[in-house]
Design a protein around this ligand. Structure first.
Ligand code: MSP
Length: 504
């Protein structure tokens, strides 16, 4: 049986228009999902929209429509982003769906029956922008630590006995060292938990846009309990008739999130799950944040980066490549147009694009429009190039499992640069005159290297990799990771290529 792999993105608040931050989290998840499919896993890649809560209710009001009408309309923006960035999600969950609402109520009942929920009264600060509660001691200059404005809230509320789970959480982090990545985030979470957990308010009574608490119509569930439960809903947690999908995919292999929402995923979520007797996800990875030319991205500064515009201007694969190559995943990064253009011109157009262009054109012009037949007289230089990926396939698997996307790409670009050097050193244009047979070996070696590189690049730049593999006529069923280990047979008719990445 094939192993399964369940990967999730956060579900996005629909009050915002999709921006580069949203595109980034889903892109990283998309690359992992695509890689795992290449490696023959049965993948379930989930994304979706977070449609309840005070923030969304307020946005609907501002737009003069009722919340349901509002979310139906704006969740489409996030669906459009999927197409725009060529994301390959298997499912899209909306928290206003019936099956999600059922699943929230199911987990609530479980928590209640297990004695982890009690009714009391909340009084404290609430930041609508963060949808989070804060105690007096957490308030900095009258604001939430994130800078979001806070309001004082006093209302009846159900509480989750989070404090009871402190020790169990710490034990869990200790015995699952990779649960929180990268390491800096892990330390941050552990010291937060060690500093003492307070019980968590998990229902609200002062507005109504949310999932109703079972058996108490005055309360709706706290939007984060509702939102986190999407990971269960999407794999059929509430399906009482058939639990196969749930058994197959839960627990998730990885929740991909931004660093701002690590606490919800690495503290509250595992505590809820433990308290509901459910297995815990295997990993939460928190990536860093993008700034724009050195400035924090915010609507009020008017410097939000629109992924639709970027893709329109530079191309999908160009943007996908840049976002994951430019900054080590996990670190913060600064978006700069000149850096983007540099990467496109130097890495994509001059290195990879040019390698493909010159090799395929030489074959077309000199070898009767055919990739030469596989030779059996490779020399050591040829073999070094041909075997450089084959012999390190497992390293690429590890890099994906550790979310080191930039390193993965750097490794491949070393091979691309070696291949370009090899072209210059072997000088097939000179061989053409005095050693035609050797020229064929050289061109074969190059096209074989391009084949392997392009297989490995499919998760990152799917359109271009497909174009190349189509161009050199690699059958669809020979584009899996394992196929890297094969070797071309050759004698393949090809056409003259057009440039893959126009220079900017
Ligand atoms: N709805 C919650 C998540 C619930 S998951 C159960 C939420 N939504 S969000 O739309 O505000 O943010 C979603 C993601 O976008 C987060 O992972 C966040 O880190 C990411 N980003 C938002 N702005 C960003 C940048 N400027 N840079 C990188 N990512 C950022 O939180």
């Amino acid at each position: 049986m094939r192993s399964t792999y369940y990967i999730t993105t956060p579900i996005y608040y629909v009050n915002d228009v999709p921006h580069i931050g949203h595109a980034y989290t889903t892109l990283a998840s998309d690359v992992i999902a695509r890689f795992k499919r290449l490696d023959e896993y049965e993948v379930f890649f989930l994304t979706g929209t977070d449609e309840h809560g005070q923030k969304v209710e307020a946005a609907a009001k501002n737009n003069g429509v009722n919340p349901k009408e509002f979310v139906d309309k704006v969740s489409e923006n996030f669906k459009n982003l999927l197409n725009c960035m060529n994301f390959s999600n298997d499912s899209f969950i909306r928290t206003t769906e019936e099956k999600h609402i059922k699943s929230c109520q199911k987990i609530w009942k479980k928590l209640l029956n297990n004695g982890n929920i009690y009714l009391d009264k909340y009084s404290g600060w609430y930041a609508v922008r963060d949808e989070a509660f804060f105690s007096e001691s957490e308030i900095v200059d009258g604001k939430a630590p994130s800078g979001a404005p806070v309001v004082w809230v006093e209302e009846p509320s159900y509480f989750f006995n989070l404090s009871k789970w402190e020790k169990k959480l710490l034990e869990f982090y200790e015995s699952n060292k990779d649960f929180i990545s990268p390491k800096s985030r892990r330390n941050e979470v552990i010291s937060f938990v060690k500093s003492g957990l307070k019980d968590l308010s998990i229902s609200r009574t002062s507005f109504s846009w949310g999932v109703k608490v079972p058996n108490d119509k005055n309360h709706i569930m706290y939007v984060w309990l509702d939102a986190l439960t999407n990971y269960l809903s999407a794999c059929e947690y509430s399906n009482e008739k058939n639990d196969e999908v749930f058994k197959k995919f839960w627990p998730a292999d990885i929740h991909m999130v931004g660093k701002d929402i690590i606490r919800f995923h690495a503290v509250y979520w595992p505590a809820f799950l433990m308290a509901a007797d459910l297995p815990l996800p295997k990993k939460v990875f928190a990536h860093g944040w993008w700034t724009n030319e050195g400035n924090k991205i915010s609507k009020s500064l008017g410097n939000v980066i629109d992924p639709f515009q970027l893709v329109d201007k530079y191309g999908i694969d160009q943007i996908r490549y840049f976002l994951l190559r430019e900054v080590p995943f996990g670190n913060d990064g600064d978006f700069s147009n000149s850096q983007l253009i540099n990467r496109i011109n130097s890495d994509l157009a001059n290195s990879y694009g040019n390698l493909f262009q010159r090799v395929v054109s030489m074959i077309f012009k000199n070898c009767n429009e055919k990739i030469p037949l596989k030779p059996n007289n490779f020399n050591i230089e040829d073999l070094t190039l041909i075997n450089s990926i084959k012999n390190s396939l497992n390293d690429y698997r590890i890099l994906i499992d550790e979310q080191k996307f930039d390193q993965y790409l750097k490794n491949i670009w070393v091979i691309i640069s070696n291949a370009n050097k090899y072209v210059d050193e072997q000088a097939p244009w000179a061989l053409k005159k005095n050693n035609f047979e050797r020229m064929e070996v050289v061109l074969f070696t190059l096209v074989e290297t391009i084949r392997q590189i392009s297989i490995l690049l499919q998760p990152f730049i799917p359109d271009t990799a497909e174009k190349i593999l189509d161009h050199i006529k690699i059958p669809r069923d020979q584009r899996k990771l394992e196929s890297v280990g094969f070797i071309l047979k050759g004698n393949i008719k090809i056409s003259l290529p057009s440039p893959l990445f126009p220079r900017i």
